[in-house]
Design a binder for this molecule. Structure first.
Ligand SMILES: Cc1cc2nc3c(=O)[nH]c(=O)nc-3n(C[C@H](O)[C@H](O)[C@H](O)COP(=O)(O)OP(=O)(O)OC[C@H]3O[C@@H](n4cnc5c(N)ncnc54)[C@H](O)[C@@H]3O)c2cc1C
Length: 448
């Protein structure tokens, strides 16, 4: 078995065992007639048409521009704004949190890992730690380690933090192209109901998850196809009658902070291309049908009559797509050996069993690991930083790098670095990493 295969297998098991969530669904083939509907989605024709040139209004000229309001982007915007830099955050949907909230991916992994004395301890602090604490204080988070949160509460808390830190928030706005001079990014074109506009910025942070901005800027990257799912929630869980004759135990997902609501993690089809919109559209339709029909089966089972489909995620569950080719590629070896970096911007944890040097290392024994600033810096484009699930790491590490805790930490690091670069009038590549580390510590980050 190749290591990659092993990693995937371990992960699924790890999810199921440690979180009770890894319900891996079998996708039923659709009948011939129903297949026809999705055939309406053609692949691109291969022909092209010239777009006419036009003058574009400039919406704003700002210090820092963050694209994507997921865990990484929200943390980045808050961190940059707290340094005093004027900061815009652009998000295509109507909420913050990305997959954490809109994707109904509710457990914040991995808040804990093992230190050099073999003690398992909390590792996620800083802005991500603040988010987590505020959710706990609201009673909207369960479990101390790897907490499961309520998505609406998380949208509220993240938005409050954006409001309090003075970030200028643009929802319903899609970044569609970059403005480049030489090798330096100068801003981004956005599309919305107001039309096409430009936002100019001294530093841009790509937190799109899919690396849309470094792709448009012409940087190099790897593309990793992975399983895509569609998470959803079930209601009236507390009304299940297990004493009813004919009752059998069914897979109804895992608990959330609301006692009547469970969330269901859908693994979905393997090896999916998240950059092909026709594929995404087909998966969306197939999964909605599959989930609806599955819930009807649950409702027909004695004891489960009152269970209902509360919602399906507004964001399709894309696990991976582009991975930046950055100044430093974080490796599995680094994360297994307490590798120390001069330019560390944060620490992340471990939630799954990993194969390392032929040995399976369970999550409870795995060390915490440092993330270097250089892994957020593209090789080519200047004044662009990358945070979240598309920063620079080797594929073997995907399970630890794509999780919410790591995205929060990389976002915090990128936002603080952008703020510092603006303050010192330097390129993001030239900032003093000692000053960056001091700033991060002042902002509550833990650097090991
Ligand atoms: C099914 C599934 C289950 C998972 N389970 C877990 C789990 O249990 N625990 C865990 O910790 N992690 C889990 N993950 C991983 C984790 O949820 C994500 O990797 C993480 O949320 C990524 O954060 P991010 O900020 O990098 O990107 P995202 O969460 O993807 O956020 C990116 C944001 O950018 C916006 N955006 C994208 N492109 C543009 C654009 N061009 N213009 C404007 N806005 C844009 C998006 O709308 C989105 O809000 C899971 C993922 C999936 C798919």
């Amino acid at each position: 078995m190749k290591r990659r295969d092993f990693v995937s297998r371990v992960i699924i098991t790890g999810g199921a065992v440690s979180l009770g969530i890894g319900c891996r669904r079998k996708i039923e083939p659709l009948s011939g007639e129903k297949e026809k509907n999705t055939d309406l989605l053609n692949k691109p024709t291969g022909r092209t048409i010239k777009e006419p040139e036009k003058q574009i209004p400039i919406l704003a000229e700002t210090d820092v521009l963050v694209i994507g309001g997921g865990p990484a982007g929200t943390a980045a915007a808050v961190a940059a704004s707290r340094t005093g830099a004027e900061t815009y955050l652009v998000e295509r949907y109507n909420h913050l949190g990305g997959l954490w909230t809109g994707g109904l991916v509710l457990p914040l992994l991995s808040t804990h890992a093992v230190d050099k004395n073999k003690n398992r301890k909390q590792v996620i602090f800083g802005i991500g730690g603040e988010m987590s604490k505020r959710l706990t204080d609201l009673g909207m988070s369960i479990n101390e380690v790897n907490p499961v949160v309520d998505p609406e509460a998380a949208k509220y808390v993240l938005e409050e933090m954006i409001r309090e830190s003075g970030v200028k928030m643009l929802y319903h706005t899609w970044a569609s192209n970059v403005i480049i001079e030489g090798n330096t990014i100068k801003g981004v074109f956005v599309e919305s109901k107001s039309g096409r506009m430009a936002i100019l910025a001294k530093v841009v942070i790509d937190c799109t998850g899919d690396g849309d901005i470094f792709h448009l800027a012409g940087d190099n990257y790897d593309v990793m196809n992975y399983a895509i799912g569609l998470n959803h929630r079930l209601g009236n869980i507390d009304r299940i009658d297990s004493k009813k004759p004919g009752y059998v135990k069914m897979n109804i997902g895992g608990p959330t902070p609301l006692k009547s609501v469970n969330w269901v993690n859908m693994w979905g089809k393997e090896n999916q291309d998240a950059l092909d919109v026709t594929n995404l559209s087909k998966l969306q339709m197939d999964y909605r049908k599959e989930i609806w029909e599955n819930v009807q089966k649950i409702r027909q089972t004695p004891g489960y009559e009152e269970v209902f489909l509360l919602d399906t995620a507004s964001q399709l569950g894309v696990r991976m797509s582009r991975i930046l080719d950055g100044e430093y590629r974080l490796s599995l070896e680094d994360t297994m050996t307490f590798k120390s970096f001069n330019d560390v911007i944060g620490i992340s944890g471990a939630w799954t069993t990993m194969l390392y040097k032929g040995k399976k290392i369970p999550s409870k024994e795995r060390p915490f690991w440092q993330i270097p600033y250089r892994s957020l810096i593209p090789k080519k484009t200047d004044n662009l930083l990358v945070a979240g699930r598309c920063f620079c790491f080797e594929r073997e590490l995907v399970e630890d790098t794509r999780i919410i805790g790591t995205c929060l930490v990389t976002g915090h690091g990128a936002g603080a670095a952008a703020g510092l670069a603006v303050k010192e009038r330097k390129s993001v590549k030239d900032i003093d990493v000692r000053k960056l580390k001091d700033l991060l510590v002042q902002q509550g980050a833990w650097l090991g």
